[in-house]
Design a protein around this ligand. Sequence first.
Ligand code: SME
Length: 160
Amino acid sequence: MYDFKPDADLPKPERYRQLVDAAGALVDGESDAVANMANVAALMWEFLPGINWAGFYRVVDGELVLGPFAGRPACIRIPFGIGVCGTAASTGETQLVRDVHDFPGHIACDAASRSEVVVPVKRDGEVIAVIDIDSPELARFDEEDAAGVEALALRLANAI
Ligand code: SME
């Protein structure tokens, strides 16, 4: 069974490369989307320091519905266009938020969250889910995190 541990003190891009490789190894050959999202949520939790939530919202009947995650219980349904996740879903673009207090309409599922990155997962050009990662630290995420999570989203497009 899986027993990979991320190396300590890796440069961020290399840490994400290892995360994407580990995710690929876990989802390849498995067609169950819930199982794959659950394992990848656990991987994000294990690989990414300084976070308090990591998981998926899926597009179901035109809105976002909570999927597998690691962290505290979260809002279940988010309309397109609302909050950080809903904005990523409606625009199809990564949202890098250095301070959630400055994001209009941010949905505070956990009052401890301070910064966040949300990346849409697309299949055939359509947003099918978003990956949401939250941190209690201000400005925890930068362009390298955005690029890393985008690579993960691409790798998962046919597995969730
Ligand atoms: N912060 C998100 C809501 C989801 S929770 O953080 C898990 C948002 O505004 O979209």
